[in-house]
Design a protein. Structure first.
Length: 265
């Protein structure tokens, strides 16, 4: 099987939805808020937003007074970043094209490095984390948020689809939610994330967000409930996810770099 190659022409157009189910809208908002909160950006900090996409998160960090660099391999996505520039104003984030596996920065360049929802797209996770360790200052922080494909929802949906296919004689859908999308090169789960991070960073916190996202008919069930009950149920399940991260829909980790072992290898 050929090794995955960097997608330098990636376009998010096909995954941008015109309308979101309640569980999806809740999770996306929680993921953004939890990631930004974990960064704790402050005035004068140097922050790298790795695979910054359309730059929405980078702009939020820059608004807190940080000096933000957005690294993105796709020229298409960098162009979309610049579409948000106000007339007569310069873009408040320093944008560069580049790969996570070959960061174009000197050692100890950043106070914080943040990567939201992108690390499972990269070609080499270990090399990415090694590069992140190199460019983050001693005492700095790495913040990663990523979908968990061994969540409670994924496990239950696999069981559901197993019986559905045997009873109905056909698949419920061609690409179910418990399978990583085709543009993902890795299937992240709690144990996998921890195992990949630990050689390069010491984990300070690992938080889980949301439960039951994309479980069959969960979104339509929520839609039938009164709005107050919808919010209460989603928030309650989110609190449970925080207690049991391996079962959560999204994982958010905050870690500090280990001292590189230059004698190894």
């Amino acid at each position: 099987m050929p090794a995955p190659q960097p997608d330098t022409r990636w376009d998010d157009e096909e995954i941008v939805l015109s309308s979101l189910s309640l569980d999806t809208s809740f999770l996306f908002d929680r993921m953004t808020a939890a990631t930004i909160d974990a960064v704790e950006a402050g005035p004068g900090e140097q922050i790298l937003d790795l695979a910054c996409g359309r730059g929405f998160d980078a702009l939020k960090l820059a608004a807190k007074g940080a000096c933000v660099f957005g690294l993105e391999p796709s020229a298409i996505m960098i162009k979309k970043c610049l579409e948000w520039t106000e007339p007569g104003k310069s873009y408040p984030v320093i944008l560069l094209r580049g790969l996570a596996e070959e960061l174009p920065f000197k050692d100890n360049s950043f106070t914080k490095l943040v990567c939201k929802g992108a690390i499972d797209h990269f070609v080499d996770v270990d090399l990415t984390l090694k590069e992140a360790q190199r460019v983050v200052k001693p005492g700095g922080k790495l913040i990663i948020s990523v979908a968990n494909f061994e969540s409670l929802s994924c496990r239950l949906a696999r069981i559901y689809d197993f019986f559905y296919e045997r009873i109905k004689g056909r698949k419920r859908m061609e690409h179910p939610s418990w399978l990583p999308p085709k543009d993902h090169n890795f299937k992240f789960a709690h144990a996998f994330l921890v195992a990949k991070i630990r050689p390069y960073f010491e984990i300070e916190t690992l938080t889980g967000l949301s439960l039951l996202w994309c479980f069959p008919y969960w979104g339509s069930f929520l839609q039938k409930l009164p709005r107050g009950l919808q919010d209460a149920l989603l928030k309650f399940l989110d609190r449970i996810a925080g207690v049991f991260p391996p079962l959560s829909d999204v994982l958010v980790v905050r870690a500090r770099p280990r001292k590189p072992n230059y004698s190894a290898g």
